[in-house]
Write a protein that binds this ligand. Structure first.
Ligand SMILES: [Zn+2]
Length: 263
């Protein structure tokens, strides 16, 4: 085990032999004991320790829990890259990613609703096996494909979230100051005290009613900055069937973090 960073620290990376990624060692003044956890969203192991702990103690703690940590990391679902022939959900429906090279077609990314390998360059690809899946075709050099696809997904997310936020805000007579689309790792959406609503672009991967629910939820926070009964009444007013998307998020939400590159 080696360490990087300085002797006095708030956060440092501890390199543990046999692990691809260093463990993030984080000091927390409120921590009373050592807590080791694995973040599903970015596959990061995090060890939280009380402020006055020594690195040596942290190292010993990690050594004791190495097997547990290894097992936890192994149990994480495999990430699914933005790569040719990978399957990506878009608005809840699986699509096959196809990097189609340079073409005169519209835009950098386009969807072919009825799956077929026609119109794509790849031969004998998974598109033949999964002939029924709609395609997401990414044009241009393959090395830029993942970035282009990520940019496209974010802009689709923004369009859709913008639409749904406007709808719910109109319903409730509220107006957000600004919308921000990010790769929030722990939350699907948030509302600042200044009225800025932030959303994870990954919501565009989920079924539309899930994105819609998160939009309604954050809009309601413009008036009620809490999760009290008044808040839920407000959400229900503009989005009556919220149990189903809530259930979907708790069941499948973490899955959405498997796609693309962690940021
Ligand atoms: Zn909330």
């Amino acid at each position: 085990m080696r360490r990087t960073g300085h002797k006095s620290f708030k956060e440092i990376d501890l390199l543990v032999e046999g692990f691809d990624k260093p463990v993030l060692l984080r000091k927390n003044p409120r921590a009373r004991r050592f807590t080791l956890r694995v973040s599903h969203t970015n596959r990061q192991a995090i060890l939280t320790v009380p402020t006055y702990s020594k690195i040596q103690e942290a190292s010993e703690f990690l050594a004791e829990h190495e097997d547990w940590l290894r097992q936890k990391l192994n149990e994480l679902p495999e990430p699914i890259p933005f790569a040719n022939d990978e399957i990506l959900p878009f608005k809840g429906d699986p699509h096959l990613i196809q990097f189609v090279g340079s073409t005169k077609r519209r835009g950098v990314v386009y969807r072919v609703r009825e799956g077929s390998s026609k119109g794509t360059k790849s031969q004998n690809s998974l598109a033949d096996q999964f002939g029924d899946l709609p395609l997401i075709c990414v044009t241009g050099a393959e090395e830029h494909g993942p970035r282009r696809l990520a940019d496209w997904l974010k802009s689709e997310a923004r369009k859709e979230i913008d639409k749904r936020v406007s709808y719910h805000a109109d319903q409730l007579g509220l107006s957000p100051k600004r919308l921000s689309i990010r790769d929030q790792s722990s939350r699907w959406g948030s509302c600042s005290t200044t009225g800025v609503l932030s959303f994870s672009w990954r919501l565009i991967l989920a079924p539309s009613h899930v994105l819609d629910y998160v939009a309604a939820h954050e809009v309601a926070h413009l008036k009620e900055m809490n999760h009290g009964p008044k808040f839920w009444r407000l959400v229900r007013k503009t989005f009556p069937d919220m149990e189903e998307p809530q259930h979907w998020l708790s069941q499948f939400g973490a899955e959405l973090h498997r796609y693309g590159m962690p940021e």
